[in-house]
Design a protein around this ligand. Structure first.
Ligand SMILES: Cc1cc2nc3c(=O)[nH]c(=O)nc-3n(C[C@H](O)[C@H](O)[C@H](O)COP(=O)(O)OP(=O)(O)OC[C@H]3O[C@@H](n4cnc5c(N)ncnc54)[C@H](O)[C@@H]3O)c2cc1C
Length: 491
């Protein structure tokens, strides 16, 4: 069969962009195919922090402590090593396109071996970039958009061929080897294919089969629908840690045109060794449908694990009594800061909601009642149970000790003054961590652990995080794994 390309890369987020750059720089003819009319994936609405490490052994100790039971150590080692050179790589990408890299120390999320070795690299400035003009379809942190723009400019500068608005349907195989892709029923042949087409945030059917909780709302995108999982499985790939996803709890806008879950305000992470970082008040508590508190609303890295306590299932009543849960705050709490922290990569949502501030979103989402009884009645909760929960909470605030769930004392705020604000709260997925297993060369493995010739994976679709996530780790692995996948696919 004649090859149309040496390397085809599927998906143009961080991982696909970096893989394409690397394969191109190895002297190969590369095609980068993206389903959306606009590239960027989830990557463009991320917070844009690349996890870096000073010492590879410390980074490895931390990754083993947090993921060693689920992901082979040689694979973790590649990421640990890669994090020590990532800032230099980011600088090298930035320099020719007018970007500069900043660094900041930031330890790992849990006080486990090696956690102090980590920091973040981020694009602190980028010439000629205006996020409101250039990424009007995106809402997120400016650092994520800047980092994606650096990757996009590098792809453009190299004149790598990009097909946008083009959904890859399947992989083709000749014998055991992957030999191309199918687009609109037509085969495009290549020596190797890199799948970098993201996770399954927006695929309820795959979630239903692998996750306990349902429904779980997608935080930012509707296009990552697990296509890479299906393509990989049809080509003979196995799966790993499909249960694991990065997410928390969040809100739902009453207008169905706002199709995403809305993450709640990002309070600083903390850990048991160092306590809260600064003076941080969380203004709300969460109650289940019976009016009881059920979790520490401010877990150490709540952005990652905040959804897990929602998993309780009541078999007698055949329901998840915490889905949705109820967020409750009083007038003082409501006045302190807005709760909604919206993110999206979506033109239609941007067109309708782009001008809405977090306060505007809160106003649409939260109901206000003068009394706790009225708030309980609004949500069909027993008023006496709700009042008991509030009394217990207020007593815990007065004592500075949440004996029931261990909320950090400095974060506690009593609920006393009406009007009382309530909203339904749902589990929200930011990004998935399960997917196609790979070896240290990013070769996709079959269920017996053998590589599938010609097939590589990069980024979230083959994430190595199988137990506890390291903030910034998904972007780090998109770059580290993207480089390796691109280089090996080119070889
Ligand atoms: C709000 C938010 C904040 C985040 N912040 C951080 C952070 O600060 N640090 C961090 O490390 N991680 C963060 N993450 C996670 C991180 O952004 C992602 O894990 C990472 O960017 C994934 O990159 P990727 O290239 O693998 O996937 P994506 O960027 O999602 O790219 C995949 C691309 O594949 C395309 N695609 C899908 N199917 C097909 C198909 N059939 N054919 C062609 N193309 C297809 C999609 O359209 C998409 O453009 C955040 C996530 C969210 C939602």
């Amino acid at each position: 069969m004649t090859q149309d390309y040496d390397v085809i890369v599927v998906g143009f987020g961080f991982a696909g962009g970096v893989a394409a750059i690397e394969a191109h720089d190895a002297g190969k003819r590369v095609l980068l195919v993206e389903k959306n009319a606009i590239p960027g994936g989830i990557s463009v609405c991320s917070a844009g922090g690349l996890r870096i490490a000073k010492d590879a052994n410390d980074a490895m100790a931390y990754l083993v402590a947090t993921n060693g039971g689920t992901t082979p150590e040689p694979v973790l080692k590649v990421l640990a090593d890669g994090m020590t050179t990532l800032a230099d790589y980011a600088r090298a990408l930035c320099a020719p396109v007018g970007g500069t890299i900043g660094l900041k120390p930031n330890s790992g999320n849990y006080p486990l071996p090696g956690y102090k070795t980590f920091g973040f690299a981020f694009v602190e400035a980028l010439d000629g970039f205006d996020v409101a003009r250039d990424y009007a379809h995106v809402r997120g942190a400016i650092e994520g958009a800047r980092l994606f723009e650096v990757v996009r400019r590098n792809v453009a500068k190299r004149k790598i061929e990009v097909k946008l608005g083009t959904r890859v349907e399947r992989l083709t195989k000749t014998g055991d080897r992957v030999t191309g892709i199918v687009v609109a029923g037509k085969t495009i042949a290549a020596k190797s294919v890199v799948l970098a087409c993201g996770g399954f945030e927006a695929e309820p059917e795959i979630q239903r089969q692998h996750w306990v909780l349902k429904p779980v709302l997608s935080a930012a995108v509707d296009f990552n629908t697990g296509d890479g999982l299906r393509m990989g499985q049809a080509a003979g790939a196995g799966l790993w840690h499909m249960w694991h996803y990065h997410g928390s709890y969040g809100l739902k806008h009453p207008d169905p045109d706002y199709k995403f879950g809305i993450r709640v305000k990002r309070l600083p992470d903390w850990n048991n060794a160092e306590g809260l970082r600064g003076d941080v008040t969380m203004t709300w508590i969460l109650l289940d449908q019976d009016g009881h508190r059920f979790m520490n609303e401010y877990e150490p890295y709540m952005q990652d694990t905040g959804h897990r306590p929602f998993e309780h299932y009541d078999t007698s009543r055949q329901k998840f009594p915490r889905v949705p849960a109820i967020m409750l705050l009083d007038a003082d709490g409501r006045a302190r800061y807005p709760i909604s922290a919206p993110t999206w990569n979506d033109e239609a949502v941007a067109a309708k909601f782009g001008k809405h501030t977090p306060r505007d979103l809160d106003a649409a989402i939260f109901a206000e009642d003068e009394t706790l009884d009225a708030a309980a009645a609004r949500h069909g909760i027993d008023g006496a149970a709700l009042k008991r929960s509030v009394d217990t909470w207020n007593a815990a605030c007065d004592a500075g000790n949440d004996a029931a769930f261990g909320r950090p004392a400095g974060s506690m705020l009593p609920i006393r003054k009406g009007p009382f604000s309530t909203a339904k709260v749902w589990p929200v997925v930011s990004n998935t961590q399960g997917g196609l297993p790979h070896d240290r060369e990013q070769r996709v493995l079959d269920p017996y652990g053998a590589p599938i010739p010609g097939l590589y994976v990069a980024g979230e679709l083959g994430s190595v995080f199988g137990h506890l996530y390291l903030s910034g780790g998904n972007i780090a692995e998109s770059f580290v794994g993207g480089r390796i996948a691109g280089r090996n696919a080119a070889a």
